[in-house]
Design a protein around this ligand. Sequence first.
Ligand code: ADP
Ligand code: MG
Length: 745
Amino acid sequence: MNNLQTNSAIDPQAARQALAELFGFRSFRPHQEEIVSAVLSGRDVFAVMPTGGGKSLCYQLPAYLLDGVCVVVSPLISLMKDQVDAACANGLRAATLNSVTSPEERSAIAAALRQGELNLLYVSPERFNTPGFGDWLKRLQVSFFAIDEAHCISEWGHDFRPDYLALSRIATEFPGVPLAAFTATATPRVAEDISARLKLRSPHLTRASFNRPNLFYQVTPKDDLDGQLREFLRDHQGESGIIYRTTRKNVEATAAMLRSHGIPARAYHAGLPDGERAENQDSFRRDECQVIVATIAFGMGIDKSNVRYVVHADLPKNIEGYYQETGRAGRDGEAARCVLFHGRQDVAQLTRFAADIEDEEARETALSQLGQMLNFARTDNCRRVALLGYFGEKFPEKNCGACDVCLGEVEREDATVSAQKALSAVARTDGRFGAGHIADILTAANTKRIREQGHDRLPTYGVGKDRDKSYWRAVMDALLGQGLTRVDDPRYPTPTITDDGWKVLRGQRTFQLIKQAASSRKSRKSRGTIDGDEPYSLGLFASLREARTRRARADNVPPYVVFSDRTLHEMARVFPDTREKLLAINGVGKRKLEAYGKEFLAVINAYRQANPGEVAIPTAPRKPVPCFIPPNPGGGRTGTVLETMRLLEEGKSLPEIAKARSLKADTIVTHLEALAATGYELHQDQFFTPRRLEEIFALYRQTQTWQLKPVVEESKGTLDYSEARLARIFLQQREDFGENALTED
Ligand code: ADP
Ligand code: MG
């Protein structure tokens, strides 16, 4: 049966080797290695890791190294098929048994299993639950069980699947076989439930951080949603993304609106005929349609790794859902964007919806979750801090660098006086009225309610006439979001003043209003932090993407099974021209090299010949070059830099280039720095005699720094800034230079 004996002999080095050879990855993601080694040592495992954390590898890799077959239980047939395709593309031997497996396929799989030829067998919970299946499994050598999406076993989770309950038999029926459970669901209640139901035996526990560093979070008030969506999509042409809407009707309306503007979006919701729904999902998976507009029914069934944005066009019901849905972006680790549009109507609608829930406990939960969601949308602090805080996680940095607040995309203005006016209206009406009525008082509206309540006689009546009602609603929202007022029950949104609010009223603290200028023009530049800002050739990426689509079609798999976006980005950065260099790219293992290497090398070669001006961009310069790398991804070079490069290639000297371009020599030197930083080889003899370079080198050495000023001063007038800067490019490339010989500026 199970073979702990042989398995415990596996050397940890073997796991690293398999990581490189099989998956083509340079390093493990956080926690992967510890989980792999726990599985290899025969322990039960319970791993909670976010979407995109790389859970599949945690069982696929041991499945490859261990004798016998790893049985993977996975909830959805479409997911299983993609997983099997992806595993096979990496050279693993995998198959799936589910309700659509034909009898012929079944017997072929059974034969392969008897021969011990499969590493992985994916089964649906229904299949697992069929009578006799367990006995059949017992006759095989099962290395371990992997339960993917393990939260499906919990009734507290959002994807409860009754058939998962049968999995609690594994521990008793296969006492010697380890069990590894994986989920991205973060709530402690669900986690406990999973562990208990699966009867895990002192499992190795992993709870990864829920931070998704490559996701950029943005929250924007909804004013003209259709226009806002179109503008956003204009900036994200050619990228795959999901737009979530709350209702089926809105899904249809938005998809139709986009199509009428020439954006071929498809719809997805539970009300569509099965065929159409599957077809739409499939065309999205295959990169044939870029934009899918969907209800939250969409997402769990796909592992598509290159979703570059997730837009919530309506306020989600709770943070948990929001996190899961945004989590579908950027699984490949590349930068992706999450935008939430929210408007007042959403709040009213969701509140009504929650308030109508009959069961009291469920109603209270829904309302309080909605309250948390609203706080998230209204906060003026880092979105990442707020999101992780919800899961009890503290984000350590001051500035996350990847949300609209931290990047300063939201503009703030001091609005203490406005806050005082609004709060005073709240105080004078005893916190018994909603934001709309307060705004009416401030703008001197002549409504029935105002007259009835005698509010036109309040001293605050009309004190905010200089601004319109929507401004005052925004102030009221911000007061609530910043905790200066509070609403205890969203069904009765009549804010009252908090202690902090009284401080503002008494002039003891200030209040800032977010103006939220966040235009999506700006948004295009801001990308996530992880590897997201390394430049690559857009042109080559486009060609590689085409090749990927062709290959995927021919093999009948989704494109991301061939190579991830991330892998193609890296190719478009380093322009590999040999099999060895291709193999060194993250995500290219031996099997993929054999299967696709020739084809992709040919694409790179052809591109190189057609674009001789573009050259490889090294990931990290050998020595840190203290100069800017232009942020545009077009090969990392702007037009003006390319113009300098052209003149350089004509053999012109520095003064000649400066003259030809009517630019300062110093500016040209910054171009040269940019070229060097993006891997362009400059020749020092085009600028210096060896002797002159040595003289300058001596000055740098004397001052022990790469900073220009001390060196220029040290030279006593014999060296100017441009020359010092130019020389630095070559000096920093010297092999004989001790890593820490000089300090950086
Ligand atoms: P999860 O199931 O946790 O959501 P997946 O297993 O689908 O995540 O992995 C997400 C993506 O990350 C996949 O494209 C996968 O190939 C990639 N990936 C996994 N592990 C690594 C690694 N060590 N290095 C680079 N990419 C990885
Ligand atoms: Mg997964």
